[in-house]
Design a protein around this ligand. Structure first.
Ligand code: CO
Length: 142
């Protein structure tokens, strides 16, 4: 698994905070599979960049700017999951693929993916013919 990026830390801190009401370095560390010391270091970096602050009694909290980035990544992660699910894309590595892709998608692309997912869900016949088309194409290539 590649080293989690700053955006991944923001995403995890945000999700843990939403769930528990606080985000401790140890929780973030286990969820990203990194050492707590790496989380502490990243929290300092986020603080320097104005994306989060350490408050004595509340622990580490994200600033509105940090929350905005975290929400954006969480949204992109979610629509990519939907994309893989609806298009029945099989991969042993889906989570890692999504973890990488989520950082490289612009607004237009995000909208395109989200609308394509919705379009296929609302039009199962079209989705079925697309899946069939893709299978045929896979046969030709091999
Ligand atoms: Co990621």
């Amino acid at each position: 698994m590649p080293t989690p990026s700053m955006e991944d830390y923001l995403e995890k801190i945000y999700l843990i905070f939403e769930q528990k009401g606080y985000a401790r370095a140890t929780d973030v560390a286990s969820s990203l599979d990194v050492l707590p010391s790496s989380v502490t270091k990243m929290m300092q970096k986020l603080d320097e960049k104005g994306l989060g602050v350490y408050e004595k009694y509340r622990g580490f909290i994200l600033t509105p700017k940090g929350i905005k980035i975290a929400k954006d990544i969480a949204y992109k992660h979610h629509i990519l999951e939907e994309f893989f699910r609806v298009l029945e894309i099989k991969s042993d590595n889906i989570y890692n693929e999504i973890e990488g892709l989520e950082h490289h998608i612009g607004e237009e692309m995000a909208l395109s993916i989200a609308s394509l997912v919705k379009f296929f869900e609302e039009n199962p016949g079209i989705k079925a013919s697309y899946i069939k088309y893709r299978q045929e194409m896979g046969k030709q290539d091999n």
